[in-house]
Ligand binder design. Structure first.
Ligand code: MEV
Length: 427
């Protein structure tokens, strides 16, 4: 029966493992072995990972993969992806290679404004509050001077502070809505420190500060990526019909939320994988992207498509608050490696790369969905996972891979083929 414990965080790492193994597992020794087999043999490196968060007892590995040949604005990148889903990296690689032979991706950052808010209650007259705010505004900015000094040197800082009246939605509720430019950092800590300082300077006996926090909704930190080519260059066969089906698939995702969510999930397969590989906060990106997809009151596709005068155009506009300095970017050796591999991109450049991989992922999914169907490629990649679960030998694996070249793949079908192989001693 699982137990509760007080002061778990104060135990040593070994004691934590011992406690978990003894109280949560029937075989404590096996449980300890599983945890320890993922420890890094380099103690210093392991300590680095242990110190990222509290109560660390092991490492959780995910594949770290590379997509080469990503041509963006005439520059080639090798892009890192951290993702467990089979076929995602293969799809990104095929698609980016496909587009590298058709002029590559064009990308541009539209805006880089981030937002933070001080939420407060005030019971007096609106005119008095407005007067107090306007009088106080220069000192609110002044109060952050020491914090913003370095950021200002890098071209960032506070852009503006606005008083917003929200009393129609919630009694007495107002905000200081503050916009920021954070240069190459994602800026979460910078923004939150500024907000708390501003709140401290702004508060008065009749102003009750509720909270001060950045917003992960960043519709004005926006990037656009695009591909285009002649319809006749898009498919080997039935180019017109296939391109029209592709266009319809995008239009369906623009008006049908059930489809739009899955459509955007495929985009996030690419976006999250690069965001994680570069040590950025994928939860922040996820939250902001989905809010953006719903900004018109209904959840819609992040990508758009047009076919005009025989030219196919496919593009994405997506909000991405990313950093290439600060946070985990230089602390995690693989994030550092990722950024170096991409020739130390600026935050703006990284926004473009991430948007491109999202677009590439969506292109691959829609092309497959509207032609062969998704399971064809997906299950082909999944076949190796199924075979691994069966603990097949190398020779058996090769035989099974060959056997399923022209057959429909499913868990059952692979298991049955494997059993037959064993029974008949065909090898
Ligand atoms: C699977 O992870 C992603 C897809 O479902 C995306 C899509 O349907 O567009 C293939």
């Amino acid at each position: 029966m699982p137990k509760t414990i007080n002061g778990f965080s104060k135990l040593s790492k070994d004691a934590k493992i011992q406690w978990i193994a003894e109280h949560m597992f029937t075989n404590a020794e096996d449980a300890i072995t599983v945890l320890k087999q993922y420890w890094n043999t380099d103690d210093k490196l392991q300590k680095l990972h242990d110190d990222f968060v509290e109560n660390t007892v092991s490492n959780f590995y995910l594949p770290f993969s590379i997509v080469p040949n990503v041509l963006i604005n005439n520059k080639v990148y090798a892009v890192p992806m951290v993702i467990e889903e089979s076929s995602v990296v293969a799809a990104a690689s095929l698609t980016t290679k496909f587009w590298s032979k058709r002029g590559g991706f064009k990308a541009e950052v539209i805006s880089t404004v981030k937002v933070g808010q001080v939420h407060f209650l005030y019971d007096g007259t609106k005119a008095d509050l407005k007067h107090y705010f306007e009088d106080k505004k220069p000192r609110l900015i002044e109060a952050t001077n020491a914090i913003t000094k370095n950021m200002r040197k890098r071209g960032g800082g506070i852009l503006d502070i606005e008083l917003r009246d929200k009393t129609e939605q919630l009694a007495q509720y107002y905000q200081l809505h503050i916009t920021f430019e954070t240069a190459d950092s994602m800026g979460a800590n910078f923004i939150n420190t500024c907000l708390e300082t501003i709140a401290q300077e702004f508060k008065r006996d009749d102003i009750q500060i509720i909270m001060s926090i950045l917003s992960n909704y960043v519709p004005n930190c926006l990037v656009r990526a695009e591909v285009s080519c002649k319809v006749t260059d898009l498919y080997k066969d039935n180019a017109d019909e296939n391109a029209q089906k592709f266009l319809k698939a995008v239009q369906i995702a623009q008006i049908e939320p059930y489809r739009a969510v899955t459509h955007n999930k495929g985009i996030m397969n690419g976006i999250d994988a690069v965001v994680i590989a570069t040590g950025n906060d994928f939860r922040a990106v996820e939250a902001g992207v989905h809010a953006f997809a719903a900004r018109k009151g209904t959840y819609q596709s992040l990508t758009n498509c047009s076919i005009e005068n025989g030219i196919f155009k496919f593009w994405i506009e997506v909000p991405l608050a990313l950093g290439t300095v600060g946070g985990l970017t230089a602390l995690h050796p693989l994030s550092k490696f990722s950024l170096e591999m991409m020739q130390h991109p600026s935050a703006k450049e990284l926004m473009q790369i991430v948007a491109v991989i999202g677009l590439a992922q969506n292109f691959a999914a829609l092309k497959a969905l509207t032609t062969t169907g998704i399971q064809h490629g997906h299950m082909k990649m999944h076949l190796t996972n199924i075979i691994k679960q069966l603990k097949a030998t190398e020779t058996e694996t090769l035989w099974l891979m060959n056997y399923f070249k022209d057959k429909t793949i499913s868990h059952n079908a692979v298991r049955e083929a494997y059993q037959l192989l064993k029974q008949t001693n065909a090898l």
